[in-house]
Design a binder for this molecule. Structure first.
Ligand code: SAM
Length: 304
């Protein structure tokens, strides 16, 4: 008699943990999506970059400056044609790219369908929909050919990948990148294992990762090892914590203003939106633990 094959419990568990996490990410961005409009009228979903003599209170300019810094670091030449934005959000960085390089193609990917629909609408309004292609998909299983991109970047999105080394994301990013071409990753990073965090640091870290639907922030050393393991070289890590400080300092004020506005409008916020706001408030405190946490840019190329 043929025995019916039973599912292997361990395999079911391993499959279901990432699925649960993906669902958390989708719910988080569906619930908080429009709240990002309070942070940036262009829907930039990241911190801004300050450089003297910019106005340290001009948030939108600093947010776009971050896009420009990422784009500058792609090191594109006239021959480069195709760039991927891995974790594109509402595609503000893609729009900056398309304005700067109208002759090149940018493809953005996000796991949240709502973001792709809304971003397509924003791209149309900006007259850039024919320059930007957006795809609903998972950056750990990219729907792109091997060695197809002239450059790739991930702006505050690698943090959503499971594991301190973000290996599943790195592996795919390096697979689709052409040999000899550059990648840019910008994100918040831990500098030591978060299991060792104690007291206020532990409280802030755990509250923030829960509120922003992150399994963990990437770990500087482990992420770099993962990149090297997937043919990465000439890897550079730049600490940009002081560059993002002026926008990070605005975050608590924006949260309080937003809460008062919602209170006066009589709007009730659900647990996901409250968790997000709490994380925005605590982000500044986490950033003060300089020995444990930094905001960094990692760049490098894929070995030929
Ligand atoms: C904080 S937002 C940053 C968005 C954009 N890079 C920006 O700076 O405006 C993080 C983005 O990563 C995307 N993301 C998270 N996990 C993903 C995954 N597994 N595959 C593709 N995108 C993902 C989210 O949907 C979201 O768009």
């Amino acid at each position: 008699m043929m025995m019916e094959k039973q599912p292997d419990d361990k395999k079911v568990l391993l499959r279901s943990i990432p699925d649960m996490h993906t669902q958390e990410v989708v719910t988080y961005y569906e619930d908080t999506g429009l709240d990002y409009g309070q942070w940036s009228r262009e829907y930039n979903m990241h911190f801004g970059y300050y450089r003297f003599p910019m106005n340290p209170f001009g948030r939108e300019k600093m947010l776009d400056k971050m896009n420009q810094v990422v784009i500058d670091n792609l090191g594109l030449t006239g021959e480069d044609k195709l760039v991927y934005d891995l974790g594109c959000g509402l595609a503000a960085p893609c729009r900056s790219f398309a304005k700067r390089y109208p002759d090149k193609t940018i493809k953005g990917i996000s796991i949240v369908k709502w973001q792709i629909d809304k971003a397509n609408e924003l791209n149309r309004k900006a007259g850039l929909d024919n320059k930007i292609e957006l795809i609903e998909g998972d950056y750990t299983q990219l729907p792109f050919e091997d060695n197809s991109a002239d450059s790739v970047y991930a702006l505050e999105s690698s943090c959503h990948c499971p594991g301190l080394d973000k290996n599943d994301f790195i592996k795919e990013m390096m697979r689709v990148l052409k040999p000899g071409k550059r990648f840019v990753i910008v994100d918040g990073f831990v500098k030591r294992n978060p299991e060792t965090f104690r007291g206020l640091l532990r409280y802030c870290y755990n509250t923030i990762i829960k509120g922003w639907a992150l399994p963990s922030f990437p770990h500087t050393g482990l992420l770099i090892e993962a990149i090297k393991g997937h043919r990465g070289e000439n890897i550079e890590l730049k600490d940009m914590s002081f560059r993002v400080a002026p926008t990070a300092m605005q975050s608590p004020f924006t949260v309080v203003y937003f809460l008062v506005k919602k209170l006066l409008q009589g709007e009730k916020l659900n647990a996901v939106r409250i968790g997000h706001l709490k994380s925005c408030l605590l982000g500044l405190v986490l950033g003060m633990f300089r020995g444990s946490f930094s905001y960094c840019m990692v760049t490098g190329i894929k070995k030929c």
